[in-house]
Design a protein around this ligand. Structure first.
Ligand SMILES: [Zn+2]
Length: 464
C-alpha cells in the first residue's frame, strides 16, 4: 500500500493469516522470541515518538509541560519516563480544536473512518483512523479473532452496537480481515436475527457481549425456539466482563451448545487480547502494534510483568498515525501470567479483575462490581445476570451498597423475598459485606450499551 509522504510506514514483517490450521494469525510476530520483539518494538517506538513529537500539538504541549524529551526514549522499558495519558485529557483535547482535536496528527483528507464512543464526561470521545490505522486495527483484531477460533468459512453474526461505537464497524472489519463472512446485525435486532438463522442450515458464530447472548436466548425462548437449535456453535465475546465469570460462561455454553472465547479491547485501541484454544487467560496479541505496561493505580509506579502481578494496564501505540497514544491508562485492572502456552504465543496472558474506576472499598476490602456479578450469577436462572451496584455515599462505605438485580421471570412476593435473602446471605459470605439488594422486574434494565455500566456513583449524580 503506497503511503503519502510524511506518514508512518510499517516496518513490520508482512501481515499474513496462515493456513486455517495455523495456531496464530501472524506467527512471525505472535511467537517472536522476547529479545527480538523488544528490539523490534524499540525501533517502532522511536519512530512512533518522533512522529508524535512532530505531528501532535497535544503531546508536544504535554511533554513540554512535563519537561521531558521523548527523543531520549530508546526502548519500551524507558516509557516510564514519560507522563501518562488519561482519557479525560484526550477528551479535553477535542474541545475547540477542529474535528478531532489537538491529537489529530494528519489532515482531514487522510482520515477514512471515525468513531464517537462514550467518553469520561457526557460528551462522546471522537477519534478517526487513516487507511494505515484501519489496516493496523484490522491486523490487531484479526490476531485476536484468530486466537479465539474464527476462521475463513465461518459465518459470524456481529451483535454489537454499530452506532459510532468503536467495536461496531471496526471489529466487523477485523473479522473480514480474517476472511470470515460477517453479518452486521447490531443491537436491538434479535427477532430479525432469529428469522435469518432459522433459514440457514450451517453452524454459525456469534460476536456480542455476554449479556446480549443471554438476552438473545430469552428472546428465542419467548418465540418458542430452543437456543441450542439456532446453530450458533462459536461465540466470541467482548465488551463486558461476563465471560470472566465461570457461571455466566457455563450458562452461555450450555444454553447455545457453543464454544465461548473471550476477547479484550479498549475503545481507543482495538481488540488486543484473546483466549486461544486453551481458554486459560487472554493472550496479549498486540506484538509490534501496542506496548503494554502494568502500573500501580494509585502511585503510577511500574510493576514488572511477572507471574501473578496485578495492576492497571497501560498501552502505547507503536504504529499509529492519526491518534497516537502514549502511556494511555486503560483503567482496567488485570492479573498477568507469563507461563508458556501450548499454542506457542509469546508474551503475557492476563485476566481482567475489574475497572480501576469501579473499585470501591467496603470495610477495608477492595470490591469490584464484577465480583458481585460472579456471586449473582449463581442465582441464575432466577436472575437474568443484569445488575448494578449503586454507591449512595463516597467510598470507603459506611452504608451498605445498593445492589439492583434484574429477575429473569416474575416471582411471587414470597419467592422474591426468599431469593433476596439468599442473595444477601451469599454476598455476605463471599465478599464480606452486607448489600442492600433490590430485585427489579425482568427486562427492565438497559442492554443497549456496548459496555454495561455496573457501578453507579449516585453520590456524584445527586450533586449535578
Ligand atoms: Zn495459548
Amino acid at each position: 500500500m503506497r503511503q503519502p509522504a510524511g506518514s508512518l510506514r510499517t516496518v513490520l514483517p508482512p501481515w499474513s493469516g496462515g493456513p486455517a490450521d495455523a495456531a496464530t494469525w501472524n506467527s512471525a510476530l505472535e511467537t517472536m522470541a522476547p529479545a527480538a520483539l523488544a528490539a523490534l518494538e524499540g525501533r517502532l517506538l522511536r519512530r512512533q515518538l518522533a512522529w508524535t513529537a512532530r505531528a501532535s500539538v497535544f503531546y508536544r504541549a504535554k511533554w513540554s509541560d512535563a519537561g521531558v524529551d521523548a527523543a531520549r526514549i530508546r526502548r519500551t522499558a524507558d516509557l516510564r519516563d514519560l507522563p501518562f495519558t488519561e482519557k479525560s485529557e484526550l477528551q479535553a483535547a477535542l474541545e475547540g480544536s477542529g474535528a478531532f482535536g489537538t491529537n489529530q496528527c494528519v489532515p482531514l483528507d487522510r482520515l477514512i473512518r471515525m468513531q464517537a464512543t462514550g467518553g469520561t464526561t457526557s460528551s462522546p470521545m471522537r477519534m478517526a483512523l487513516t487507511r494505515h490505522d484501519a489496516a493496523v486495527y484490522g491486523e490487531t483484531g484479526a490476531r485476536a479473532a484468530w486466537a479465539a477460533g474464527l476462521r475463513p468459512g465461518d459465518v459470524l453474526f456481529e451483535c454489537m452496537n454499530y452506532a459510532m461505537y468503536a467495536g461496531g464497524v471496526n471489529d466487523h472489519m477485523t473479522f473480514e480481515t480474517v476472511g470470515a463472512c460477517v453479518a452486521p446485525v447490531g443491537v436491538g435486532q434479535s427477532r430479525r436475527l432469529l428469522s435469518v438463522l432459522a433459514g440457514m442450515d450451517v453452524p454459525a458464530a456469534l460476536y456480542s457481549t455476554p449479556s446480549y447472548a443471554l438476552h438473545l436466548a430469552q428472546v428465542a425462548r419467548d418465540e418458542g425456539v430452543e437456543p441450542r437449535d439456532l446453530g450458533l456453535r462459536k461465540g466470541l465475546f467482548s465488551g463486558d466482563a461476563g465471560l470472566e465469570n465461570p457461571s455466566i460462561r457455563g450458562a452461555i455454553e450450555q444454553t447455545f451448545g457453543m464454544i465461548t472465547r473471550n476477547i479484550y479491547g479498549t475503545s481507543e485501541t482495538a481488540p488486543l487480547g484473546a483466549e486461544c484454544d486453551e481458554a486459560d487467560g487472554l493472550h496479549f496479541t498486540g506484538h509490534g502494534l501496542y506496548a503494554a505496561e502494568l502500573v500501580e493505580t494509585e502511585t503510577g509506579e511500574p510493576i514488572p510483568l511477572e507471574d501473578g502481578a496485578a495492576g492497571e494496564l497501560v498501552l502505547t501505540s507503536l504504529d499509529r498515525e492519526a491518534h497516537p497514544l502514549v502511556r494511555m491508562r486503560t483503567r482496567d485492572h488485570v492479573r498477568v501470567t507469563v507461563a508458556p502456552c501450548p499454542c506457542g504465543r509469546t508474551g503475557f496472558r492476563f485476566r481482567v479483575l475489574g475497572r480501576a474506576d469501579d473499585m470501591f472499598i467496603v470495610r477495608g476490602i477492595n470490591v469490584y462490581p464484577q465480583a458481585v456479578g460472579t456471586v449473582l450469577a449463581e442465582f441464575r436462572p432466577e436472575v437474568s445476570g443484569e445488575y448494578e451496584v449503586v454507591l449512595e455515599t463516597p467510598p470507603p462505605l459506611v452504608e451498605p451498597p445498593l445492589v439492583r438485580v434484574e429477575l429473569a421471570a416474575t416471582l411471587s412476593q414470597a419467592d422474591r423475598e426468599r431469593l433476596r435473602e439468599r442473595i444477601v446471605g451469599r454476598v455476605r459470605e463471599v465478599l464480606v459485606f452486607t448489600p442492600n439488594v433490590v430485585l427489579l422486574e425482568p427486562e427492565s434494565m438497559s442492554r443497549t450499551e456496548g459496555k454495561a455500566r455496573r457501578l453507579i456513583r449516585a453520590y456524584l449524580e445527586d450533586t449535578r
